[in-house]
Ligand binder design. Structure first.
Ligand code: COA
Length: 140
């Protein structure tokens, strides 16, 4: 069973082991924690994943997309990773929409921990060519 403490340790350990991980996302004006977004790539993962999760009362306000755009800039420009994926359950329409807004495209399917997931992905060169490096900058 994954408890809150296990989850916290897993997320901290990921930063220690990989040098990157998930960020807390705050609503700037009120300082509210609205979710977590970042990079995830534990052993055996199908690739370097940009992942997102926001609190239900905050859904639909663009927070996941805005935060993920910042993570893409960090991963592609600063960390120089050539390719990112997002693993999404087929029924998760909101998450698929976030992937599409980021410029990710469906690149395949796989089974992860017993569940079928869609593999969305985006290469650094395609992201640069599409002008992704300036996407979401106005929100900063
Ligand atoms: C998926 C999730 C992160 C989206 O967060 P969010 O902050 O609401 O995302 P955004 O506001 O940036 O964008 C959501 C988009 O999905 C769209 N959307 C929401 N529900 C939808 C649905 N049922 N069908 C199609 N599109 C949908 C929204 O309209 C919006 O698109 P738009 O800007 O074109 O209108 C959030 O719903 C969540 O945390 N879900 C639970 C955890 C989860 O599924 N994590 C992802 C695992 S892969």
């Amino acid at each position: 069973m994954v408890t809150l403490e296990t989850d916290r340790l897993l997320l901290r350990g990921h930063w220690q082991l990989r040098g990157y991980g998930l960020f807390a996302v705050e609503e700037r004006r009120l300082g509210l924690l609205v979710g977590r977004v970042g990079l995830f790539n534990p052993e055996g993962w199908p690739g370097l994943e940009v992942g997102w999760l926001t609190a239900r009362p905050c859904w639909g306000r663009g927070y996941a997309t805005e935060a993920a755009q910042a993570v893409l800039r960090w991963a592609f420009l600063d960390l120089k990773h050539p390719h990112l994926i997002s693993l999404i359950r087929p029924a998760n329409a909101a998450s698929i929409r976030v992937a599409e807004k980021l410029g990710e495209r469906l690149q395949g399917r796989t089974v992860l921990q017993g569940n079928e997931v869609l593999v969305y992905g985006l290469g650094r060169d395609d992201w640069l060519a599409s002008g992704g490096s300036s996407a979401g900058q106005e929100a900063n």
